[in-house]
Ligand binder design. Structure first.
Ligand SMILES: C[C@H](N)C(=O)N[C@@H](CCC(=O)O)C(=O)O
Ligand SMILES: [Mg+2]
Length: 365
């Protein structure tokens, strides 16, 4: 099975409700879809969101990185040589992790199709059913409480509460949600870099003293402020998780050795795809550090790939934040992983199992 062509499309899917974090507000998923074509007629699917505020990637940069730097190296490559292809992708240019991820996901999809096995089995196997949390956007307190209760009624047992807007209101937001859902759902907070280290310690200690039990607090301070992450981690009981602070395996090693966080959030769009996500999971396992696997605003194309990784690396990926498809107003994918609110399950279809993507707008090759 040899690669013959790489094509692009734009996929637009409205969100059920605006997605609001300390960094941005978004009303629709608008992602680049990559299809990798082969001489056997098999097609691999990948996806990349333009999360410029986190990865620096835009629609234009994703398409240009693939068109000019990645695709020319891959045409003619044999899918069976997976490690060689991932090395070609990763070394094709610096950064541009979303572009690399989209292409790698499509290649791994084809690798599974080549051997007639679902991707998670090619990655080592596991229990093909996992449970995700759901994000509660930062908003007025009453709205966040209502959104949290509605999520719990839909069966979500873990809520990822977005904070990081205003420290005083953030504390009240979390207290109100905790009181409303106590005993029915676990709470994770994600400040998306919105606090200073001192504010984070203050807020988390206030919540701890008030008896609010939090599963973890994600990325309290600026991405580059590793000293700030360490400052917070050392001063609170609640586990601290690094998200925007770590992209690839070497950054993860540095962060773990600094003891700057307790947990790592792995995202394919930060790692540049599946090969580095697996490396990070293996590194974390060596150090005895737990991981979450998360997503950006992505549909069930690239999130499916993250699900396969989560299942195969369940020994270390103990927390799942793969709610992108649940946030979308509809599923544009025919086939693939089944997203049913909090429960996500993988079928026996080869690769990612995607048959078709509805509503894809072709972009020039
Ligand atoms: C969607 C997911 N639950 C999430 O919150 N992901 C990111 C933010 C993604 C974005 O802004 O597109 C995170 O910070 O964890
Ligand atoms: Mg985050």
């Amino acid at each position: 099975m040899k690669i013959t062509d790489i094509r692009f499309g734009m996929l637009r899917v409205p969100l059920k409700t605006p997605f609001k974090t300390a960094l941005r507000t978004v009303e629709a998923v608008e992602d680049i879809v990559v299809t990798v074509h082969t001489d056997t007629g098999h097609v691999g699917y990948g996806e990349a969101p333009a999360t410029a505020v986190i990865t620096g990637d835009t629609h234009g940069s994703i398409v240009e990185a693939i068109r000019k730097f990645i695709a020319p190296r891959l045409i003619g490559q044999e899918i069976a040589n997976l490690n060689h292809i991932t090395q070609l992708i990763q070394s094709s240019l610096e950064k541009n992790t979303s572009a690399k991820a989209a292409v790698e996901i499509a290649i791994y999809d084809l690798f599974g199709q080549l051997y007639g096995a679902p991707l998670y089995k090619m990655l080592g196997g596991g229990d093909p059913v996992i449970t995700t949390d759901i994000t509660i956007s930062v908003d007025y307190i009453d709205k966040m409480v209502a959104d949290s209760l509605s999520a719990v009624d839909r069966g979500f047992e873990s809520l990822k509460i977005k904070v990081g807007k205003d420290i005083g209101v953030d504390i009240e937001r979390v207290k109100a949600i905790y009181a409303a859902v106590e005993g029915r759902a676990l709470l994770r907070l994600d400040a998306n870099q919105g606090w200073t280290a001192k504010q984070a310690v203050y807020a988390i200690c206030m919540l701890e003293d008030a008896g609010v039990r939090l599963e973890l607090v994600e990325q309290p301070v600026k991405a580059q402020d590793l000293d700030g992450m360490k400052y917070v981690t050392e001063r609170v009981h609640t586990p601290i998780m690094a998200d925007e602070s770590v992209f690839g395996p070497t950054e993860v090693i540095d962060l773990i050795r600094m003891r700057a966080a307790d947990i790592i959030n792995i995202k394919l769009m930060k790692t540049g795809g599946i090969s580095n996500a697996i490396r990070i999971a293996d590194i974390a396992a060596l150090y005895g550090v737990e991981c979450m696997i998360g997503c950006m605003l992505e549909t069930s194309i690239s999130v499916a790939a993250a699900v396969h990784v989560a299942v195969a690396k369940a020994n270390v990926i103990t927390k799942i934040d793969l709610d992108g498809p649940s946030l979308c107003a509809f599923n544009p994918v025919d086939g693939g992983v089944i997203f049913n609110e909090s429960e996500i399950s993988i079928t026996d279809a080869p690769g990612l199992g995607i048959r078709e993507i509805r509503g894809l707008e072709a972009l020039p090759a």
